[in-house]
Design a binder for this molecule. Structure first.
Ligand SMILES: [Zn+2]
Length: 299
């Protein structure tokens, strides 16, 4: 599959916009499964969409656009909502869509939360690969022309530099002897998202997991869909030495798609100790910066 963004030529750093191939699914996909936080079973159907439709969720006949302005909670996952309807844990599906270049899709969900699958993005990647993609024209977006940084707590930040293609580096740091500080990096020209990122599973420390369960959360978490970190061991063998950092990278890609600048926009991004809250704040800021610039006065 051709994931190449346009505007790779040297002079594109001087441009104020970039053009991306718009893609949708060739056919619909239905996936059922349990949400990790609610434990509720949901049925999700992804439908092909028209050019320019973007990524939208539909729950109880209410349309919820996948956009930073619709983020209503980021405490354990990213929750989108509008007009009384909400959808939880959207980040892994959004990550797969963005990384595979899907720009336009309608997602109908029966249930409160997207299925967790095996903890990463593999269920979505497999579904998308099964039906394939159809190119539906081009779309032009504003291009980042000066660096942008958004800071969070305890030294956390996300920064983006202007670039001609997407690159993302993620660093995590936990005061736990097994985890410590880990790096993960993703460059579409070098890495294969389906192979290198999608299998990385969500994780939690055992104290957190116990507290969440006591609060009625993490009800769908099992040994099959999450890595639990004990003081001296992991609950399951890791799939990558830096699986935890890779999962955070997967999350950043998903949350970043809420900026509304297409799939994997050209930018060189570094995320240090990212969280859904910081990711969503960054996506909102990126959107604001790009679409309010004089160069993009028509939007
Ligand atoms: Zn995640």
């Amino acid at each position: 599959m051709n994931r190449t963004l346009l505007n790779r030529n040297h002079s594109s750093l001087m441009k104020s916009s970039f053009t991306q191939t718009a893609r949708t699914l060739t056919d619909s996909i239905t996936i059922r499964g349990v949400g990790i936080h609610t434990g509720a079973e949901s049925t999700v159907t992804l439908f092909p969409a028209e050019p320019g439709a973007g990524i939208t969720f539909l729950r109880d006949n209410i349309e919820i656009k996948a956009h930073a302005g619709n983020v209503i909670d980021t405490s354990r996952c990213t929750i989108l909502g509008t007009d009384g309807a909400s959808v939880s844990t959207v980040e892994h599906l959004l990550s797969a869509l963005s990384a595979l270049g899907v720009t336009d899709v309608r997602i109908e969900i029966q249930g409160p939360e997207l299925p967790i699958g095996d903890g990463g993005a593999q269920i979505w990647v497999a579904g998308i690969h099964d039906v394939g993609l159809t190119e539906i024209g081009n779309r032009t977006f504003p291009l980042l022309d000066t660096p942008l940084i958004v800071t969070g707590k305890d030294g956390a930040f996300i920064a983006a530099y202007p670039a001609t293609s997407f690159r993302l580096t993620v660093a995590i740091s936990f005061g736990h002897p097994l985890v410590g500080t880990q790096l993960a990096r993703f460059e579409p020209d070098i890495n294969d998202y389906s192979r290198d990122i999608a299998p990385a599973r969500t994780f939690g420390f055992i104290e957190e997991v116990e507290a969440l369960r006591a609060a009625g959360l993490a009800l769908g978490g099992t040994l099959e869909n999450a890595v639990v970190i004990y003081p001296d061991r992991y609950s399951v063998p890791l799939r990558f030495e830096n699986e935890l950092a890779r999962h955070k990278l997967l999350d950043v890609i998903g949350d970043l798609s809420l900026a509304g600048v297409g799939a994997l926009p050209p930018a060189d991004i570094i995320a240090v100790k990212p969280s859904h809250r910081l990711n969503a704040a960054f996506a909102a800021k990126l959107h604001e910066r790009l679409f309010s610039s004089p160069a993009w006065a028509t939007e």
